[in-house]
Write a protein that binds this ligand. Structure first.
Ligand code: ADP
Ligand code: MG
Length: 692
């Protein structure tokens, strides 16, 4: 007999219900099984009334000792229920006359609810209840009752019945559901089979330790968690394998261009920069694309690393593309790199969203003819109509804004469908190790773990905005002594318009309060040339104070700036604050950062600002951010696919990741036939979607 696999093969599932189930991402029977309860209720035993605990839901059974309607602030029905151990009140705010009549004195009632402290001691508010007719008994549930994530149109009851039906089929081995983990693993790690794990989790026996289940520590859960994390890991392996199946230019450089570049710089690379460049060069010698992530804290000098890597490709006659997430950052790179490369006879190209018409045509032509050798831009670089003649290396700055899959699709930009470009991704958002392990499993990682010499520590203070005048005065005196300062205005992300308005207002306010200072303003709605002009003037110290929105978050580099005021820091993530703050402390002067918060602060906000005051270490800050906010927010959604985890929780299960990584490696080499089914099972549509 053919085994069942589709949800529509269950009794009672027609097109309408099937469609509603799709909304819960349930299409196959397997999906139904993996739609796991998010909590359980214990309706398997009757708790004596005298033994009830506040907030612990329970089944009780007793005799009605009276039912009265109370007319207080709100009319309510109060029913006294008694068993051998005590009395409790049931309270109903919505009730009908018929309901009241059911609670006749002496009637036997069984109910389920959560006891709370009320006016008359413990009370049950609106419990579910049944009246037991004389001599009749109601069976109790044989196991703990699962509570499923539900949606409009599908009740708990409906889901439970569907699961019951499906589980019966599973027990009878009539469902097409293969255990994809090697049997030896189950023994080695003492994990249940897939079938046993699912049967258990949908109907845990009544003696199950609920606390263990709720903390996600039960072996049945662990089995599924491992399997899910494994599937994610494998999907990244697969993407990596796809990219690395392509051919890329193998580069063996004699470093002539690198030497020429370094000769004109007023500094030499740090040990960490040199080490990372060596790692990159090792990759470049391979005939398949490099996929390398360079993590380096703010100011660690990632641009130089990128430039040195670019040298090798440029010298071999290939084009290099450098993509930044914002126009302002891209411009900054363009300025920097022009200064470094033009004297060496390298021609730069430029492409951003705002480059239009003739200028755009010219850019595209230069890119297509390889006249532009080092092309800098925003994601506009990767639109369909951009054709590189000989693209050998893509460098992506500040990777956290680009999606994994988006990134991997860039390989099509290579050399005439023959060679794919190498990929170098640089991020200043340090990613906690555990997260990096799962989110970037497809990348090799290098870390620039050393700052260039001569940096001075930044002192950070948090000050309530009631002391704003003092802070303004502080800006005044700092600038009077020759320093430069940033004043960063933040507002809720969604409204760029409001954010720019706030910055304009603040600039006016500060101009009025500090008439002797030269004050500039940059925000996202200004024209690129205006922004570039203001930035250039700030850099040249023709401005003392720069009022800005978070557009200056990344990459802006003005060593003489040593004071930063951040308004409403409580609205930003720690990683973003760390980025912002990294704009100061770049010169030799002692630097300060003032977090000008709006009081009162929530507990979490206080904790987070405290982290900023305590530390300047991007990795420590990221770990703390992870603790306080959870992985979803930290990585941003969409970008990793990890937000789609069904049973695993990166924060709770992060310690499993090293094991998962080993498992993925083993499976990939020893059991390759299970890789695809596992990915399909857990990522299914998600993977297809992400690959588009
Ligand atoms: P980030 O890693 O934040 O992108 P940048 O590449 O912008 O850092 O570098 C920050 C500043 O440090 C720049 O002014 C850059 O020229 C300078 N810099 C980079 N490497 C060194 C070095 N080895 N020694 C001194 N200064 C350096
Ligand atoms: Mg940078």
């Amino acid at each position: 007999m053919a085994k069942l696999s589709q949800i529509t093969e269950l009794k009672g599932v027609g097109p309408k219900l099937a469609e509603q189930l799709h909304k819960l991402q349930i299409r196959s029977l397997a999906d139904l099984f993996f739609h796991l309860p998010f909590r359980y209720e214990d309706r398997s035993q009757i708790t004596p009334i005298g033994g009830l605990q506040p907030m612990r839901p329970a089944v009780i059974q007793g005799e009605v000792r009276g039912a009265t309607v109370l007319f207080g602030k709100r009319r309510s029905l109060l029913v006294k229920l008694q068993d051998h151990s005590g009395v409790i009140s049931l309270r109903f705010y919505h009730f009908s006359a018929a309901q009241k009549n059911q609670f006749s004195t002496g009637a036997t009632i069984r109910c389920y609810g959560e006891p709370r402290r009320g006016a008359s001691g413990l009370e049950l508010y609106h419990p579910e209840y049944t009246r037991l007719e004389d001599g009749l008994d109601l069976p109790l549930e044989p196991s703990l009752t699962p509570v499923y994530p539900a949606t409009d149109g599908i009740s708990q009851q409906r889901l439970r019945l569907l699961h019951e039906q499906a589980l019966e089929l599973l027990k009878a081995d009539q469902v097409d559901l293969t255990d994809l983990l090697p049997v030896t693993w189950l023994q080695q790690w003492q994990l249940p089979t897939l079938k046993d794990a699912l049967l258990f989790l949908h109907t845990p026996p009544r003696e199950t330790n609920l606390a263990l289940l709720e903390s996600g520590q039960h072996p049945a859960q662990k089995r599924l968690i491992l399997e899910e994390l494994l599937a994610h890991q494998l999907s990244l392996h697969k993407l990596r394998a796809q990219v690395q199946a392509d051919e890329a230019p193998a580069i063996h450089s004699d470093k002539t261009l690198q030497r020429a570049l370094l000769q004109q710089l007023p500094f030499t690379p740090t040990g960490a920069q040199q080490r990372v460049v060596n790692e990159i060069e090792q990759d470049l010698t391979q005939p398949y694309p490099m996929l390398r992530l360079v993590q380096g804290d703010v100011g660690s000098g990632k641009t130089l690393v990128a430039a040195l890597a670019a040298c090798d490709l440029l010298q071999a006659g290939f084009q290099v593309a450098l993509m930044a997430p914002t126009e302002i950052l891209a411009e900054q790179h363009l300025n920097n790199l022009s200064g470094w490369f033009e004297p060496l006879g390298i021609k730069l190209g430029w492409l951003a969203g705002k480059v239009k018409g003739k200028a755009r045509e010219r850019s595209l032509a230069e890119i297509a003819s390889a006249e532009a050798q080092l092309v800098v831009g925003t994601h506009a670089l990767f639109q369909d109509d951009v054709h590189f003649a000989r693209l050998g290396l893509i460098i992506i700055d500040e990777q956290h804004r680009f999606g994994v899959h988006q990134r991997l699709s860039l390989r099509e930009k290579g050399v005439a469908q023959k060679l794919s470009p190498h990929q170098l991704i640089m991020t200043a958002t340090p990613i906690p190790r555990t997260l990096a392990m799962s989110a970037y499993a497809d990348l090799d990682t290098s870390v620039i773990d050393e700052l260039p010499p001569g940096r001075s520590p930044i002192t950070t203070v948090a000050i309530t905005d009631q002391r704003r005048p003092e802070v303004i005065e502080r800006v005044n005196s700092a600038c009077a002594e020759g320093a430069q300062a940033y004043w960063v205005c933040t507002l809720i992300e969604e409204s760029e318009a409001l954010q720019c308005q706030a910055a304009e207002n603040t600039a006016q306010e500060l101009t009025a309060a500090l008439p002797h200072l030269r004050i500039g303003l940059v925000h996202g709605r200004m024209k690129a040339v205006e922004k570039a002009d203001i930035m250039a003037r700030f850099k040249a110290h023709e401005l003392d104070l720069l009022v800005a929105t978070t557009v200056i978050e990344v990459g802006v580099d003005v060593p003489n700036a040593s004071l930063m005021i951040i308004e409403n820091p409580e609205r930003l993530g720690l990683a973003q604050l760390h980025q912002l703050r990294g704009r100061v402390g770049r010169g030799s002067a002692k630097s300060h950062c003032v977090l000008l918060y709006k009081s009162p602060l929530s507990f979490t906000s206080k904790q987070r600002l405290q982290v900023m005051r305590d530390s300047q270490d991007g990795f420590y800050i990221a770990e703390q951010d992870l603790q306080i906010r959870g992985p979803g927010e930290l990585l941003g959604t969409r970008q990793t696919g990890l937000q789609m985890l069904r049973v695993a929780d990166l924060q709770r299960d992060g310690d499993l990741l090293p094991q998962v990584r080993d498992m993925a490696q083993q499976l990939w080499t020893l059991h390759p036939q299970t890789v695809e089914p596992l990915i399909q099972r857990w990522l299914g549509d998600a993977e297809r979607f992400a690959n588009v």
